[in-house]
Design a protein around this ligand. Structure first.
Ligand code: ZN
Length: 247
């Protein structure tokens, strides 16, 4: 993971060379699950592989996947094989809460595959009871070990909250972002046209959402206290393609 979330092309000389290296490393007791997983895992995470990973390894795998994305690289995956391998069961490593923005698809920007993560999406990546229920299922029932709230730069929902935009049901949604607008300390112009401010609010919004998840979900808060899961935040930069992980 983590190389464990990485789907590898399991043939050719690279594999044979890796097998020799892996064999030697295993004999020396050096192989952690994250290093060995790419060999054992052709198309989808197994329960055993996911269960061996720590939350830190899972976050590390997401970071590595995003680095590949930024370099214009991705694993040679076969979605049809992933679909077939995961059809009878799923063992995702994480549950994400991200914005609906069409430019921020988590699996693509982290180079992940089918079955790797649960993905909740709502404008402005705010939590509510239904999303918390989904996360509780993901972690407590299905075994995911990371809850990641991912906002992004130049977020339209954040701009709408700053501008007090009103439209049908959107008004209520933006109302859930407004506390982050008020809580953001910023010395410059506090407007939706100032991207510095918009991104500062997005940062605050992620932190407040992570905090709200702890506050409103006793199930997840207890799991975090026990060390079973990690709650974390991140900001995806639409310009650079990079993901900044924040606590
Ligand atoms: Zn957005």
């Amino acid at each position: 993971m983590c190389d464990a979330l990485e789907h590898t092309d399991a043939c050719g000389s690279n594999r044979r060379r890796f097998l020799r290296t892996a064999g030697a490393a295993a004999a020396l007791g050096l192989l952690g699950p994250g290093l060995f997983a790419p060999l054992a895992r052709a198309d989808a995470l197994t329960k055993a592989q996911r269960d061996k990973m720590t939350p830190e390894q899972i976050i590390e795998a997401m970071k590595k996947g995003n680095e590949r994305f930024r370099r214009g690289e991705r694993h040679d995956r076969n979605y049809l094989r992933e679909q077939k391998a995961s059809a009878k069961g799923q063992y995702p490593a994480a549950v994400l809460l991200s914005c609906i923005d069409s430019r921020a698809p988590a699996e693509v920007i982290m180079d992940l595959g089918i079955g790797d993560i649960f993905n909740c999406r709502v404008a402005g990546n705010i939590e509510n009871a239904d999303i918390l229920g989904s996360m509780e299922f993901a972690c407590k029932v299905a075994g995911a070990k990371v809850v990641l709230v991912m906002g992004h730069t130049a977020c339209g929902a954040i701009k709408g909250a700053i501008d007090n935009a009103e439209l049908g049901n959107l008004t209520g949604l933006l109302g859930k972002i407004k506390p982050a607008v008020d809580a953001t300390a910023y010395s410059g112009e506090r407007t939706a046209t100032n991207y510095g401010f918009v991104d500062a609010v997005a940062h605050t919004n992620v932190q407040m959402t992570v905090s709200n998840i702890r506050k409103h979900s006793a199930v997840l808060a207890e799991m975090e206290t026990q060390g079973a899961i990690t709650l974390s935040g991140a900001i995806y930069n639409l310009e650079t393609g990079g993901i900044e992980f924040i606590k």
